[in-house]
Design a protein around this ligand. Structure first.
Ligand code: AAL
Length: 425
């Protein structure tokens, strides 16, 4: 059958248009015979299939999630070693960087806030009272021997003096290792977040060692887009990797304004960590998602696309770092995943994937004591690991879980009115 198809295809290519048409018809007829087999085929059978079955064989990395290298569940573990002031909202740790392994231990950097009160909103904030959870923050780091117990090492990048970029807050950092030096990219706020959207550009600091000292470059390194462009107000979640000999830095922006904010992801590339960065002409390259979590995979780049947009809750793959397609659909993805990616900076030609990282959970104790905690996630999105327990598609939650996420007051009111209207008909 396989050879017959190759022969037909060869004939199509070498014939006149009429002969080609006839040959094509013959091939279509060939495809139309037969029904879908009981024994699930790993390759698309040569029968005419529905759109769903066609997609199942062409879109995903394998027709069953169990065999799909880019499908995984996510499991979470509370970290040991970090204190949160009884979770009263005065200490936050959030938006972790990728995890790296240096000097025999793991390193992670993150947004750290320690303020007299929890966030009070843009109206009530002052020079010491934060507006949002990532206002009045510095970048801290922690190290670990095993990825579960972490020791906070203190500040890596403090917010600089006014008027330097980031004077109000430095937040949501990520790490790059390039030619033996280390670079931390982060959001540099020049006004309290919430005063006017969540607007900021990206700044960078560099060091010879992951333990610092860090030198601030004190210049905007990824600027906002020009007026009217999708990323004109914010460049969030800068996420650098080394790919095709260059720095590939992905980021997210909030476009369209409130109340119909749209979050998408763009790419900026550079030959030098301090820039200039060139934004890709086809930006945004990912239509959905909230924070950036990507990793080299096979010859391309894979992305965890969470929370926002049509394609939230998907893992996506692009062969070229630009044109992403859905590779799997999943659930309970890390809110702000900073994975451990052994080949993030090696300019690998065949990325091996990830199995764990650090993420965060926000509003841990409700909104009056709003703060975030760091947590560990585990998964199997790796070519080197085969963990069938991570490839299951069913996540069991007790009924209480769903009831807790139940209807809000407005929805209950609407339902009550609908019932009343029916009765009064
Ligand atoms: C996060 C990130 C960015 C935003 C804020 C802090 O989810 O997308 O970092 O600015 O929220």
């Amino acid at each position: 059958m396989k050879y017959l198809l190759i022969l037909v295809t060869l004939l199509i290519v070498s014939c006149s248009p009429k002969q080609q048409e006839e040959a094509q018809q013959a091939q279509t007829q060939e495809l139309q015979e037969g029904t879908f087999p009981y024994e699930f085929p790993n390759e698309k059978p040569n029968i005419k299939t529905s759109a769903a079955m066609e997609r199942n064989y062409t879109q995903y990395m394998a027709p069953r999630p169990q065999d799909n290298e880019l499908y995984s569940q996510f499991k979470y573990t509370e970290l040991k070693g970090l204190d949160y002031n009884n979770h009263d909202g005065t200490i936050t740790r959030r938006d972790p960087s990728k995890v790296i392994f240096e000097n025999g231990k793991y390193y992670v950097w993150y947004t750290h806030r320690e303020t007299p009160t929890p966030p009070q909103g843009a109206e009530k904030c002052t020079d010491v009272i934060p507006s949002s959870d990532w206002d009045l923050c510095d970048i801290f780091y922690a190290t670990s021997e095993d990825g579960f117990t972490w020791e906070e090492q203190g500040v890596a990048v403090p917010r600089p003096e006014k008027p330097n970029v980031g004077w109000r807050s430095v937040a949501t950092t990520d790490i790059l290792k390039w030619k033996g030096k280390y670079y931390l990219y982060y959001q540099g706020f020049m006004e309290a977040s919430g005063k006017r959207g969540d607007d900021c550009p990206v700044a960078v600091s560099y060091a010879d060692s992951p333990d610092g000292p860090w030198t601030p470059y004190n210049k905007i390194v990824i600027p906002n887009g020009a007026e009217g462009e999708w990323d004109q107000f914010s460049i969030h979640d800068p996420y650098p990797m080394v790919y095709k000999g260059k720095i590939y830095l992905y980021y997210k922006s909030d476009s369209n304004g409130q109340p119909n904010l749209i979050r998408m992801q763009g790419l900026a590339t550079a030959d030098n960590p301090l820039g200039p960065f060139t934004k890709h002409p086809q930006n945004p390259v990912i239509s959905s998602g909230h924070e950036t979590t990507l990793f080299p995979f096979k010859e391309g780049i894979a992305a965890l696309v969470i929370r926002d947009g049509n394609e939230h809750n998907t893992v996506q793959y692009s062969k070229d770092g630009v044109n992403f397609n859905i590779a799997s659909i999943t659930a309970d993805m890390p809110n702000a995943g900073g994975p451990f990616i052994p080949d993030a900076f090696t300019d690998t030609k065949y990325g091996k994937g990830i199995t764990w990282g650090i993420s965060h959970f926000t509003a841990v104790n409700g909104w009056t004591t709003n703060h975030a905690v760091l947590a560990r996630f585990d998964c199997d999105l790796s070519l080197d690991v085969n963990d069938p327990d991570m490839k299951k598609t069913h996540v069991y939650h007790r009924p209480e879980y769903y009831y807790k996420l139940g209807l809000n007051g407005k929805q209950k009111k609407r339902i009550g009115e609908e019932n009343k209207a029916l009765k009064n008909k």
